[in-house]
Design a protein around this ligand. Structure first.
Ligand code: NAD
Length: 455
């Protein structure tokens, strides 16, 4: 086993050294998970439900601890981190209702009785990114466990600490040993082995489109099931009939939340040209008002970027001659700080077409509804987006026309555990969350029982 340092992105100090799982370690974990899954699936649905509720209760007792760990490891503002830990509890609570509701169907057929069963897949591998470590892990592990599977989670190299802690809390809550295991390690080792191991029956991958494509290609050789949650370049479409003050005041939080390291970031603001100047006037103080600083301080709205490597990548989108309209503030000194930055480039610039995944937003004018929709759809991605208008017909027309999985009208909301989440086009495949998520961790089995005619 090798080990890897985990860095606090606000101070650049080493927080902890984490052992990296090797291929033999993955194989051992899969064998143990396989045995645990058989026993778990054989338990009564009510027992599995109770176990997930107990897990949720233990998470509830550790919200402050998990939040503090995320502040230190990921630089998330404490208020956000508390929300994330609470969200894990809520996701577990929500899916604890599923074991007793996966009831299959009874379908009327001639000559007998036809029923379907929702059989668990077996061992599921969940591969997570570094931007929302514990929430994204829970979107995979909670419904997968609820459907009777065992789960192995591979957290991102930079941010494994909260996921490792969730693995410990599961054991503390009384979940069977080996049923839910966290395997920190490299994507090219642990992630790849999930893809090639024949006993891992499904991969839930959240991360870049580049790696997701590779995971999908590898999984295809075994017809392995995949759910992919990938990149985004979402549009915030602002029409001239909207509440422009509210649209401008909220736009920074639609893109700079989590320092822009959010797959749903509305990183292209599209403004109808007749209100463009007025919008920019209102947007400037809103951007400058974003509170950037110590993520552990109450009231901080934006922390640092996650790592030096990522900082360098984000900075490459703002060269010296970049069309900067205005910028907010950021601390100087240690830490991977990057100020909120507003660009007004051409439609073809790479800052408009590529996912930056940092606090950099591009603002572009559009002429009319058709032009706004065309511009919003001019992307390989289709994850999220917002539409600002007071006209209900327009809101519905544009919602139907934008090629995206998660839209909000007059708000920037994307994620609720009770509603489906996922992307169109190269933003992903399949959906997470919502009432149907456990079904995506099952196979439908159809059984026909012949009934003899009465003698
Ligand atoms: P990434 O693709 O570099 O890594 C994601 C995970 O894949 C990590 O755990 C990594 O170790 C692992 N990995 C790397 N190589 C692998 C391989 N060959 N086989 C298997 N696994 C491998 O992504 P990232 O930089 O951690 O995250 C940022 C990206 O995630 C952004 O593009 C963002 O949009 C996307 N994202 C999408 C969603 C969504 O729900 N659609 C949510 C969050 C983040």
């Amino acid at each position: 086993m090798t080990a890897s340092d985990v860095i606090n992105p606000a101070t650049e100090e080493v927080l902890r050294t984490v052992e990296q799982t090797d291929e033999a370690g993955v194989d051992d974990a899969v064998a143990r998970a396989k045995a645990a899954q058989k026993k778990w699936a054989a338990q009564a649905p009510a027992e599995r439900a109770a176990a997930l509720r107990a897990f949720a209760s233990v998470v509830e007792l550790h919200i402050e601890e998990l939040a503090a760990l995320e502040v230190a490891n990921s630089g998330h503002p404490i208020g956000n981190a508390r929300w994330e830990a609470g969200h894990v509890r809520d996701v577990l609570q929500y899916y604890s209702a599923s074991p007793e509701r996966l009831s299959g169907k009874q379908i009327p057929v001639a000559g007998g009785l036809n029923v379907t069963f929702n059989e668990p897949l077996g061992v599921v591998g969940v591969i997570t990114p570094w931007n929302f470590p514990m929430t994204i892990a829970s979107w995979g592990f909670a419904p997968a466990l609820a459907a009777g599977n065992a789960v192995l989670v591979k957290p991102a190299e930079w941010t494994p600490l909260t996921t490792i802690r969730l693995g410990e809390l599961a054991v503390e809550a009384g979940l069977p040993a080996d049923l839910f295991q966290v395997l920190p390690g490299r994507g090219s080792v642990v992630g790849e082995r999930f893809v090639t191991h024949p006993d891992v029956r499904k991969i839930v991958f959240t991360g870049s489109t580049e790696v997701g494509t590779r995971v999908m290609a590898g999984a295809a050789t075994q017809v392995k099931r995949v759910t992919l949650e990938l990149g985004g370049k979402s549009a915030n479409i602002i029409f001239d009939d909207c509440d422009l003050e509210r649209a401008a005041a909220t736009a920074p939080y639609g893109v700079f939340d989590n320092s822009g390291q959010d797959c749903c970031a509305r990183s292209r603001i599209l403004v109808q040209s007749n209100v463009f100047d007025k919008f920019m006037e209102l947007f400037e103080p809103a951007v400058k008002g974003v509170v950037v600083g110590d993520p552990g301080a109450e009231g901080t709205e934006m922390g640092p970027l996650v790592s030096k490597a990522h900082w360098t990548s984000v900075a490459s989108y703002v060269p010296d001659d970049a069309p900067v309209a205005f910028r907010g503030d950021a601390p100087t000194g240690p830490g991977f700080w990057f100020p909120p930055t507003v660009l007004t480039p051409q439609r073809t610039d790479r800052s408009v077409t590529e996912e930056i995944f940092g606090p950099v937003v591009t603002v572009l004018p559009f002429d009319d509804e058709a032009d706004g929709i065309a511009l919003a759809n001019d992307s390989v991605y289709g994850l999220s987006g917002s539409i600002w208008t007071e006209n209900v017909s327009r809101a519905l027309r544009v919602s139907r026309a934008v090629e995206s999985g998660n839209l909000s009208v007059n708000s920037h909301s994307s994620v609720r555990y009770s509603t489906p989440f996922g992307g169109f086009k190269q933003s992903g495949l399949g959906r997470e969350l919502g009432p149907d998520a456990p079904l995506s961790f099952t196979e439908t089995k159809n059984v026909f029982i012949a009934v003899q005619e009465a003698p």
